[in-house]
Design a protein around this ligand. Structure first.
Ligand code: FE2
Length: 270
């Protein structure tokens, strides 16, 4: 009896939930951290499915994409359990940890070896500042897809946190009048990727999310960013300094130009 795509996905979904439950939850902070990444994992699986359908993927490719979305942050729970932080620089690379967990648990037995490699590489590289060289075209495609889906759901998290910013817990997230740092602004104006470690203040951290539009790979992702008002919501919370305004303008122009350029459903970058 052959296993359907839905059964394969369901088993991995159930594995992830059991894996999350296998860790002790000693306090409320831990519970909130785990809830955040559990919800994120499930939502990224939905986002990548939506993007995959918009790009016209066939059913097997859609299954691979959904599995990557579901498991891309499989390393987050052990990372938090061991180090009490999601900061990779202060703990370990959660992409590498996730790929190792997926391999050591034999989770990809339903996939042939090249499919399993594509999934593992996407998990391994999803959190790196830049795309690696020497990946196969197929591996690169799925890596670009997970990086887009991941960013879409992090925009959701950022926007939810901003909406809740009047609650004391999240106050730190919203910038005051501090300008963006010179170094980070220069990198964003070049359209380059930025590491979280470079962010000096709350303005920098939010501006990094603005700069993500330069690092989006597919037009349906940019369409979703525009339709959901991610850029505008974040822009409205930033102080209108010359540096900030320059970057927001560049991001708006990039979004508009890319969306206007050709039919929907084609990659934003070829
Ligand atoms: Fe991640």
């Amino acid at each position: 009896m052959s296993t359907t795509a839905e059964e394969i996905y369901r088993r991995l979904h159930d594995w992830l939930l059991a894996h999350i439950r296998s860790f002790a939850i000693p306090d409320e902070t831990t519970r909130r951290h785990f809830d955040l990444k559990r919800t994120h994992s499930l939502k990224v699986a939905e986002e990548i499915d939506r993007l995959g359908r918009a790009l016209g993927l066939a059913s097997r490719a859609l299954l691979i994409a959904r599995v990557i979305g579901l498991l891309h942050d499989a390393g987050r729970f052990e990372q938090y359990d061991r180090y009490r932080t999601y900061n990779d620089a202060a703990s370990m690379d959660h992409g590498a940890l996730g790929a190792a967990i997926v391999s050591s648990n034999g989770l990809l037995a339903a996939f042939d070896s090249s499919e399993a490699q594509v999934i593992t590489q996407a998990i391994l590289h999803h959190n790196k500042v830049a795309l690696p060289e020497n990946l196969s075209a197929e591996a690169l495609f799925f890596l670009k897809l997970i990086r887009d889906a991941d960013k879409l759901d992090i925009y959701r998290v950022v926007m939810e946190n901003m909406a809740a910013a009047d609650q004391a817990l999240f106050k730190v997230l919203l910038p005051g009048n501090e300008d963006a740092s010179e170094e980070l602004s220069a990198i964003l104006m070049r359209g380059d990727g930025v590491n979280y470690q470079l962010a000096r203040n709350a303005t920098d951290r939010l501006l990094m999310h603005v700069g993500w539009v330069f690092d989006i790979n597919f037009r349906p992702t940019l369409r979703a960013i525009a339709d959901r008002g991610c850029l505008e919501t974040i822009a409205a919370a930033l102080p209108p300094t010359p540096r900030v305004t320059q970057i927001i303008t560049k991001a708006r122009n990039h979004l508009a130009a890319t969306l206007a350029d050709g039919p929907p459903g084609l990659p934003a970058q070829s």
